[in-house]
Structures are given as C-alpha cells and as structure tokens.
Design a protein around this ligand. Structure first.
Ligand SMILES: [Zn+2]
Ligand SMILES: [Zn+2]
Length: 177
C-alpha cells in the first residue's frame, strides 16, 4: 500500500475529508487494486459497478470512461474552462447532505478543506462573516435565529470550509442536514 497519492489542487487532503480511504478493492476503471478507493459522489447516466482509485480520478480517465462528473458545476462561476474541468472531472468530490458544490475566490476555484462545525468555522472569522452575509442574502432576516443557526453548526447542519488557492482567505457554505 502506497501513500504516494496523487495531489489534488482543489481537494488537497481527501483522506482527512473521508473522500478517499484505504481499501483492498479493485478500481472499476483501471481494474487494479491500488490500496485506495474513492467513496464520495459521482454523477453519471451510466451504470458504474464499483468505485474508483484516486489515480483514475486524477488523470481524468474515470470521468471520461463513465461520462460523469464528481461535482456539480453549480457555483463555479467566473472560472476558466480548464479549472471547471479540473474540479468537476479530475478532483474527488465530498460527502454532504446536499449535492456538494465548490466555492470560488480570486477567479479561481477554492480548495475544499472539509466539513466543519461552529468552532472550526469561528477560527476563520472571515469565513464566518462571509457565511453570515450569504445567509442574510438567502433570506435569514431574524438575527437571533441566524446566530443560533451559526453557533449550532456541527449539530445537524454543518459548514463546508474552503480556502482560496490564491490569497488564502477561508470561505464556507452551510449544508443543512
Ligand atoms: Zn483506477
Ligand atoms: Zn482569494
């Protein structure tokens, strides 16, 4: 078993997020047991009778062969076609209640850090402020309810935390359970 996993610019620690894990399992794409398997989302109209190794994600062969995407392109506005392609077709998705999507900062896709609760989110005040602003725009007008929702994150609803690959700013969206 090798820990020499491919590097994913937009999902730098897929072991920590649980999207990849050690497994003795044959990849449905390359038909090899590489010691690691992908556990999260893949959207395709085809029947996929198994799971992928990280190498078939990284080189795009899984997305090509099964005509699918790991992540919905929803939210990836203002990024180049190459970035869109890399995030949706060559980057592991992640586990979420709702369909996972990516956030954008500095005209680039941000890197997915992981699913967090309020304490981890509060450690990045800029992400907490941005999420609060987004929720107000989404129609949360009762400030007491809004703060209760934010401070309860991690118990039911969670936040998906990202970090801008250009400026390092953290950003997040809420994933209602
Ligand atoms: Zn493979
Ligand atoms: Zn940025």
């Amino acid at each position: 078993m090798s820990t020499d996993l491919p590097f994913f610019r937009y999902h730098p620690d897929p072991l920590a997020t649980g999207s990849l894990r050690a497994a003795t399992e044959t990849c449905v794409c390359c038909k090899r047991d590489r010691g690691w398997i992908y556990t999260a989302t893949f959207y395709t109209a085809r029947d996929v009778d198994g799971r992928f190794c990280p190498w078939c994600i990284a080189d795009g062969s899984a997305a090509d062969r099964f005509a699918g995407e790991f992540t919905d392109p929803y939210g990836l506005d203002g990024v180049g076609e190459d970035v869109l392609h890399e995030v949706t077709r060559r980057t592991p998705g992640f586990h979420a209640w709702q369909d996972p999507h990516w956030l954008v900062h500095c005209q680039d896709a941000a890197a997915f850090v992981g699913e967090v609760g309020y304490p981890e989110l509060a450690a990045h005040p800029e992400a907490l402020d941005q999420l609060r602003t987004d929720l107000r725009l989404d129609g949360w007008h009762d400030e007491t309810r809004l703060e209760l929702f934010l401070t309860s994150l991690g118990q039911g609803a969670t936040a998906m935390l990202f970090r801008c690959t250009a400026c390092g700013t953290h950003l997040a969206y809420a994933d209602p359970s």
